[in-house]
Ligand binder design. Sequence first.
Ligand code: GH3
Ligand code: MG
Ligand code: MG
Length: 350
Amino acid sequence: MPVLPMTDRPGPMAIQRRGRRTPPAELAILDMDKVESEKAGTVQILVVDDEKPICDIIQEALQHFGYHCLSALSGEEALKILEKHKVDIVITDIKMPGGMNGIELTTLIKANHGADVIVMTGFAEDFTYEQIIEKGASDFMLKPVGIKELLIRLKRVLRERAMLSERNRAEALLRESERRYQELSITDNLTKLYNSRQFYNQITAEIERTNRYNHNLTLLMMDIDNFKQYNDAYGHLEGDNVLLRFADVIRNCLRRTDSAYRYGGEEFVVILPDTDGEQGMVTAERIRQEFKKEVFTPKPGKTVRVTVSTGVSQFNHNEDLVTFIRRADLNMYRAKEKGKDQVVFSHETP
Ligand code: GH3
Ligand code: MG
Ligand code: MG
């Protein structure tokens, strides 16, 4: 059992190893600090010391100032408490015979829990301040610990903790808003498919990949049939609803590696990596048929079906982007000319 120095720095409010507890009357002179007690009420502290009287007196004093306080008589017990409770600050003794010491406890807390640690010891010579801080402790106190000093250190650690969590929160918000902005800049507002800007980014990357590895690459260019008529007959909002439902149909017909884009008003494109034109036709046909099944009710009692015409283009090794897209466009116009509601695929270059 280590012998703790009893009264190196005795004071009226020193927490001593044995002996009388600081009476509430003495603590009352610190009641100014209770101004902060509302904040204190949200803070949970865990006191760890192998000597129960020390745990008790610190616990009692901190509770007097409004803090929630738990105690443990060993590092092992402290870790069990930390598993179950959200603890903000751990105040731990260093020497706790028969088990882990406060430094080992600090290391484990910093590795596995979010709590800050204040270390107290009667043996200043065993560990230097630097060693203790290096292990992740936020502060260090010599026993016997004065309550006033403990409160001051505690508040400083809490203040730093609050500042850090505010900074982390602000950084997380910033990251989230950057992510949102990035997402918005490549997303179509109405359909939530990617927009044409992202289409050009993606198709450029896909072409590069296809040229390098000699994979297949196929593009679908889709245009809703007679959409102007639909808008004129039922209004723009009803037209928007058709675009939304078409986007859903596309999404449901694609594989994970395929991607869909709103290219313009009622024109959509789909990039199908590792896919040849024949396979692309199968996907385009599926989209055409699924979309035709959708029943719209643009006004009460009126049901309408809408169709789509699609041009399919398979990438020719080393051709340029414009030619690749124009072939898809050309095939889409052929589908229109042939009577709409169909898919056209040809290798012919415009
Ligand atoms: P086609 O069968 O030959 O493709 O004829 P179409 O009427 O579909 O094609 P056209 O290019 O003549 O008309 C396209 C219409 O799409 C005109 C435009 O008002 C409408 N449009 C474009 N963007 C939007 C949009 O965001 N919402 C709505 N509701 N309509 C849109
Ligand atoms: Mg059009
Ligand atoms: Mg159209």
